[in-house]
Design a protein around this ligand. Structure first.
Ligand code: PGA
Length: 252
């Protein structure tokens, strides 16, 4: 069974009303004349959800968010709930991005709770996992990734088939240093096996690669049997680069 590729842009804390409009209009215009074979999404900062929703109307590009509260509602100043994301027709939301784990102290348990909260609101969690350089050098890669994913799988049970996984080695994020296709494929195969242990449907969830994926290296990464797409940071902020990655997903 061939899985449809999925290319998602993670804008991180970048953008402005003006820049977002220019970027999304350029992407939507290009994809309207040359429709993508893969699914395409953008994860925008929360204040721009309304703007992005409007700009994406009628387009194939799906709306995503970057984070969500693990709480349902109430006295959690500054937090954004899954229900609020749902109000803006958000379809996907990142959880456990390494920048959240590293700078905001998110534990595996917090990430799992967020994933479950999203699923309860019909939003697909894009569960980010990945090892640091020190963990890779200590040959801990598979163990770390298995622990991070395992926490989510234990929490969501049969809903595992409704998640997306993104393998993002921390040492490759924003560094220009990409995992080689072989290095990435090896980890993806482990992720796939872990998902397959849950159910046959869970084995088919998209497993994306992220970490300095760009127009130049996307095709080779996306050609790997267990790499189902990309989570793109820096290169998602420039329409021509993002569109080239989307095209690379087409030729698999
Ligand atoms: P990068 O970021 O493509 O800029 O390395 C990827 C990510 O953090 O999702």
């Amino acid at each position: 069974m061939t899985r449809q590729k999925f290319v998602a842009g993670n804008w991180k804390m970048n953008g402005s009303l003006q820049a977002n409009a220019a970027l999304l209009q350029a992407i939507c215009r290009a994809l309207a004349t040359d429709p993508p074979v893969c699914r395409v999404a953008v994860a925008v900062p929360a204040p721009y959800l309304a703007q992005a929703r409007q700009l994406l109307e009628g387009s194939v590009v799906e709306l995503g968010a970057q984070d969500v509260s693990r709480h349902e509602q109430g006295a959690y100043t500054g937090e954004v709930s899954a229900a609020m994301l749902g109000d803006f027709a958000v379809r996907h939301c990142l959880v456990g991005h390494s920048e959240r784990r590293q700078y905001h102290g998110e534990t595996d348990a917090v990430v799992a709770a967020k994933a479950q909260r999203l699923l309860a609101h019909g939003i697909t969690p894009i569960v980010c996992v990945g090892e640091t350089l020190a963990e890779r050098e200590a040959a801990q890669t598979q163990a770390v990734v298995a622990r991070q994913l395992g926490a989510v799988l234990d929490q969501v049970g049969a809903d595992a088939e409704r998640i997306i996984v993104a393998y993002e080695p921390v040492w490759a994020i924003g560094t220009g240093r990409t995992a080689s296709p072989q290095e990435a494929q090896q980890v993806h195969a482990g992720v796939r096996a872990q998902l397959a242990a849950v159910s046959a449907l869970a084995a088919q969830v998209p497993v994306l690669y992220g970490g300095s994926m760009n127009a130049g290296n996307a095709a080779e990464l996306l050609a790997q049997p267990d790499i189902d797409g990309g989570l793109i940071g820096g290169a998602a902020l420039k329409a021509p680069d993002f569109l080239k990655i989307i095209s690379a997903a087409r030729i698999q």
